[in-house]
Design a protein around this ligand. Structure first.
Ligand code: ADP
Ligand code: G6P
Length: 489
């Protein structure tokens, strides 16, 4: 389509997410450096190119002073990012508290931490108040930068209250909301004290999207059972107003990985890794150090595999790259020590003077090193206990075209629905099954590996982040028209 002046129309998008694609590190009173943030949301959004997009979000730091805020706003503007400044107390109650201690575990079927349950219940009200306040602060920034015909795309569990705040500012704003985590069964959602208020706020959006059909169905069930509204094949209806609900499976920018593999940088890393692990098969885990990723379960399954397969002892190595995340939340601190303890025990048990079976790194790898690692891997292990989609599995597949390695994938990751036919699907809680799958993967004949890889490779290269965003935004545009028509009737 074209504008009246003949220039092609590029949809202007305001992308609102708690986490900006870059996080800021302070270097001086008014100087900042920006680093890429980790996580699937950022990875996918970076693959979205064909829009005039601006990002609104939190830069991951507390900036109490005006000089610092002004300087950071300027530095971020070069990246088309607009910061929302959250003070320490809000971050503590909204981000560490309500988002990551309540919603995140709940949406991943982990419930609330047992020993904290009473304390959590007591602080629940103030955390929910901070959550709403933070969402209102995001809404204020969006409203300030909104221009007519913009489309506002809100992301994730941090911002479930945002669609309502935005519509209160301007009923005609086109507002979409997409959840990057699972949406749990309505029986889980209904335990949340603020269950109804959150659902109603999300329903203020024109389009609500999830990774899979199951998550969308759970959401609609929550609205019908908890709010008593009507669920239709299109979405949820409330007094004649329809909120469209649908599945939009996310993808990655596969070309970015394929191009990187051809660079000298990556080729150099590949050579180093091949030399380093010559004579051993490489197994790989790449995760944020999060309890939903099933890292202890993965390592225990690898231990069981070693116990049962003595022949493999000096022929296989597990590289577990786990970037620390949400380190102020006690549950994450406990997980870090637990993982270190298990790795130490297994390396003590099976290591030799010259080699250990597990290399565990608590850090983020730069993009080129990560691509090289994916490329030399024989077996990737994704053992999430629940995971919205899991893009690590997609990235591994994109980098494996010459090697055709095997993906072991949890059936509780959204990706199991798209890569299930090519991967070996496992229940991460069943350590015996995972250990047997490791043996199956390491011994798999080339022909079968090739067939499985091809299936996954076709999916990952065809269903990209770009396609995901285009589908969502075009449906959002259509939906608003439909909604307006309905209101006029
Ligand atoms: P989540 O969004 O829960 O973190 P995903 O698997 O969907 O899970 O996305 C994780 C993203 O973060 C991927 O793009 C992956 O490359 C990146 N990532 C995760 N761990 C690391 C790490 N240790 N080093 C570099 N990147 C990482
Ligand atoms: C998941 C969430 C994202 C989040 C990312 C990293 O992918 O769905 O919203 O940005 O994890 O977590 P963090 O708390 O560091 O933003």
């Amino acid at each position: 389509s074209e504008r009246q002046d003949g220039r092609p129309f590029r949809q202007r998008l305001l992308v609102v997410a708690n986490r900006l694609p870059v996080s800021a590190v302070r270097r001086g009173e008014d100087s900042w450096s920006l680093e890429m943030s980790a996580g699937g949301l950022v990875t996918a959004l970076l693959g979205v190119k064909e829009f005039e997009a601006r990002w609104i979000g939190w830069a991951g730091v507390n900036v109490p002073d005006e000089i610092g805020q002004r300087a950071l706003t300027k530095a971020l503007a070069e990246k088309r990012c607009i910061p929302v400044f959250l003070d320490e107390d809000i971050v503590h109650q909204y981000y560490n508290g309500y988002c990551n201690n309540i919603l995140w575990p709940l949406f991943h079927y982990l419930g609330l931490p047992q020993e904290d349950r009473l304390a959590t219940t007591r602080s629940f009200q103030s955390q929910f108040a901070a959550y709403k306040k933070a969402n209102q602060m995001f809404a204020d920034v969006v409203n300030k930068h909104y221009e007519e015909d913009d489309v506002v795309w809100c992301h994730d569990y941090h911002l479930m209250f945002l669609p309502k705040c935005l519509k209160e500012y301007n009923r005609n704003m086109k507002v979409g909301w997409f959840l990057h985590t699972p949406f749990p069964s309505s029986e889980i959602h209904r335990t949340l004290p603020s269950r109804s208020e959150l659902l109603r706020s999300v329903l203020a959006a024109d389009l609500v999207g999830f990774h899979t059909y199951d998550y969308a169905r759970h959401f609609v069930s929550a609205c019908t059972r908890i709010l008593g509204l009507e669920g239709t094949p299109e979405g949820v209806e409330d007094q004649g107003r329809l909120t469209r609900v649908a599945a939009f499976p996310i993808g990655i920018d596969a070309d970015r990985f394929r191009r990187a593999l051809e660079t000298q940088d990556v080729q150099k890393h590949i050579k180093e890794l091949k030399d380093r692990f010559a004579g051993r098969k490489v197994m790989l885990g790449v995760d944020r150090l999060d309890m939903i990723k099933g890292i202890p379960q993965k390592i225990l399954a690898f231990e069981k595999f070693l116990e049962e397969n003595r022949d493999w002892h000096d022929k296989v190595v597990l590289l577990q790259i786990a970037v620390p995340t949400r380190t102020d939340v006690p549950e994450y601190q406990k997980l870090t020590s637990q993982v270190h303890e298990i790795v130490g025990r297994i390396n003590g048990r099976f290591g030799t003077l010259t080699a250990v079976p597990i290399h565990h790194l608590d850090r983020s790898l730069d993009f080129y090193k990560l691509c090289a690692l994916y490329a030399v891997t024989d077996v990737a292990l994704v053992t999430s206990l629940r995971d919205g989609m899991n893009l690590v599995s997609y990235e591994f597949v994109a980098c494996q075209d010459s090697k055709k390695g095997v993906l072991i994938l949890s059936e509780f990751a959204g990706a199991a629905q798209s890569l299930g036919a090519g991967a070996i699907l496992i229940n991460p809680w069943n350590i015996t099954e995972v250990a047997a799958s490791i043996a199956q993967a390491l011994n798999m004949p080339a022909e079968e590996r090739e067939k499985r890889h091809q299936h996954n490779f076709n999916h990952v290269t065809r269903h990209t982040a770009q396609e995901w965003a285009e589908t969502f935004v075009s449906e959002l545009n259509d939906t608003v028209v439909e909604t307006q028509l309905r209101t006029r009737q």
